[in-house]
Design a protein around this ligand. Structure first.
Ligand SMILES: Nc1ncnc2c1ncn2[C@@H]1O[C@H](COP(=O)(O)OP(=O)(O)OP(=O)(O)O)[C@@H](O)[C@H]1O
Length: 258
């Protein structure tokens, strides 16, 4: 579904990504892990068009999306969440989701101003879909509350729902369980699995909680200093000396195997 080749990103003298190749298979949960500063968020920013790459190519469903504007990439079917929650905190829960849906609505500004029949019909569809999404998370009863009044774990979930409102094929989650307590983490992990299994979504996820990563990932790619140093299934990654060294420091793999 997503094919990244020869991706490089330099910020002045800092090399955030170096010759990155990555293939994300349809229907999978593919996790990206690596120490702080490894280039994970930069990779998401480039895929979603927020940051241009220095060089390299990205294809989504065999179409080149490199250098496309973020709005176009969203329309093609890639949605994301952010490391730090970026909800519209002074808007209602329902309106936050409605905003997400507007990348597939077709009404123009004029038809919205004139409240045409088609525009009203479309608004109705958006509202029904937004309510359906809220119901999947037990939030429908709180639809009119302000987003900022939700507990932290539910704000994170609302951000995912807003991304889902875009009708994506590929969902990018940047540290979805960050700051959550163990119960919230467990619930969110189940929800992510539900998205893959029931909604047939493909998920590319940056995550620091190794318990979550190892439990639900079909494939794990490990970045270190902007370079992919390993890729594979959970067990192989856990036992890979390069990965252990990246996390624990040089020589750690030898000392662990003693
Ligand atoms: N806008 C920027 N300007 C300059 N340097 C940047 C910029 N964005 C990222 N970097 C640098 O690029 C490198 C990769 O950063 P990035 O945020 O992608 O890492 P990360 O793996 O997501 O880290 P973390 O796990 O801490 O979120 C770091 O050295 C970072 O300081």
């Amino acid at each position: 579904m997503l094919n990244i080749t020869g991706l490089n990103k330099h910020f002045g003298g800092v090399v955030a990504l170096r010759n990155m190749n990555l293939a994300v298979q349809s229907g999978c949960i593919h996790s990206i892990i690596g120490p702080n500063g490894a280039g994970k968020t930069t990779l998401f920013d480039i895929i979603t068009g927020i940051t241009p790459p220095t060089s390299g190519n990205i294809q989504f469903n065999a179409q080149t999306i490199t250098l496309m504007p973020p709005s176009r990439i969203a329309q093609l079917g890639i949605a994301r969440t952010f490391q730090n929650i970026r909800l519209f905190s002074s808007m209602s829960i329902l309106d936050n989701i409605r905003v997400g849906a507007h990348c597939w609505t077709k009404s123009s500004l004029w038809s919205a101003l004139l409240r045409t029949h088609r525009q009203r019909q479309e608004e109705q569809q958006v509202e029904e879909y937004a309510l359906h999404l809220l119901e999947t998370c037990g939030l429908a009863g709180r639809k009119d509350e302000l987003a900022r009044n939700l507990p932290y774990g539910e704000q994170r979930r609302l951000e995912i729902l807003r991304a889902l409102a875009q009708h994506p094929q590929l969902l990018l989650l940047d540290e979805p369980t960050a700051g959550m307590n163990p119960q919230e983490t467990e619930e969110l992990t189940k929800f992510i699995l539900h998205l893959k299994e029931e909604q047939k979504l493909t998920i590319l996820m940056i995550e620091h909680d190794m318990k979550v990563v190892m439990a639900i990932s079909d494939t794990i790619s490990v970045l270190d200093y902007g370079k992919k140093i390993a890729e594979g299934k959970a067990e192989a990654i856990q036992n890979n000396p390069k990965v252990i060294e990246a996390y624990l420091g040089r020589g750690a793999a030898n000392s662990l195997s003693v």
